[in-house]
Design a protein around this ligand. Structure first.
Ligand code: NAP
Length: 260
């Protein structure tokens, strides 16, 4: 399927690893030139080199913390007029809400709500003027089905989703779409580190924890980040202009519901 986005320009945030990297790779395979970002320069440069080698596209690496105004300014300076924006950042920590301070909440809301909103604000009017824009927010299955120990993720991401639900309908007539992509369990460093911790606490091998986790999913496995990247590229397709303000849950069917 030709997605019709060859030679478009994308910013993909938090993309040296995991889901962000998979989105960047899939977009580049579809002919998109990239500005990718994460904090650790060495990891980011390695990922940029890998994507260039695999796709032949231009990949500019901007090492910066995307949750800061300075970090966002650096990324936007490298790509002031993107056609595609993939919002992503690290997720808030697990825990008990009684242990979280006001500063902890501010950090979570900044990273998972304010940061994507500020980036959208910076690019959306240019997209409207150019009559093409695709914005994908990587959020979490927790937006639909709260995960008790991830209260800050549940809250901050739901806030983003609510705001975007309104904005998406204001910009859609200009062929600018904003959608959420909600990951369930995908085998990235983040999921792996959670399972390593669970294995350590239970004094059991990691493979057992992974097998157990896989068994509970209707697919009998966890997700491959590649699958996530391909879904992101699809939402960014030229022919996806009628997919507006949606929240696509990629969880192998773990959320049990007849529809929606
Ligand atoms: P990951 O494998 O740990 O990768 C995170 C990426 O984000 C890395 O490239 C990391 O690089 C970068 N990053 C983190 N904080 C950043 C910041 N402040 N500025 C710029 N880059 C930053 O994580 P993932 O599994 O892909 O998860 C991506 C997002 O999806 C997270 O918000 C996560 O909570 C959410 N999610 C994941 C799953 C899952 O199953 N994997 C499920 C639900 C939700 P540096 O550390 O070098 O910056």
């Amino acid at each position: 399927m030709d997605l019709g986005i060859k030679d478009k320009k994308a910013i993909v945030c938090a993309a040296s690893k995991g889901l962000g990297k998979a989105c960047a790779m899939s977009l580049a395979h579809n002919g998109v030139d990239l500005v990718i970002n994460s904090r650790t320069a060495s990891d980011l440069e390695a990922t940029a080199a890998e994507i260039r080698a695999a796709t032949g596209r231009t990949v500019t690496a901007i090492a910066a913390d995307i949750t800061t105004a300075e970090g966002r300014a650096k990324v936007l300076a490298a790509c002031p007029a993107p056609d595609i924006l993939v919002n992503n950042a690290g997720g808030p920590p697990r825990g008990d809400f009684r242990d979280w301070s006001e500063a902890d909440w501010m950090k979570a809301v900044n990273g998972n709500m304010i940061t994507p909103i500020m980036l959208i604000k910076s690019v959306v009017d240019g997209m409207i003027a150019r009559k093409f824009g695709r914005i994908v927010n990587i959020t979490s299955g927790s937006v639909k089905s709260p995960i008790p120990e991830l209260g800050m993720s549940n809250g901050a991401r739901a806030g983003l989703t609510g705001f975007v639900g309104g904005l998406a309908r204001q910009v859609a007539r200009h062929n600018v779409t904003i959608n959420g992509l909600l990951p369930g369990p995908f085998l990235t460093d983040r999921l792996r580190s959670g399972m390593i911790e669970a294995a350590r606490k239970a004094n059991r091998p990691l493979e057992e924890i992974l097998a157990e986790r896989s068994k509970t999913n209707p697919t009998g496995r966890v997700g491959d980040p590649f699958e996530f990247g391909e879904a992101c590229a699809f939402l960014c397709a030229a022919s996806s202009g009628f997919i507006v303000g949606q929240n696509l849950l990629l969880d192998g069917g773990a959320f049990n519901s007849t529809m929606g």
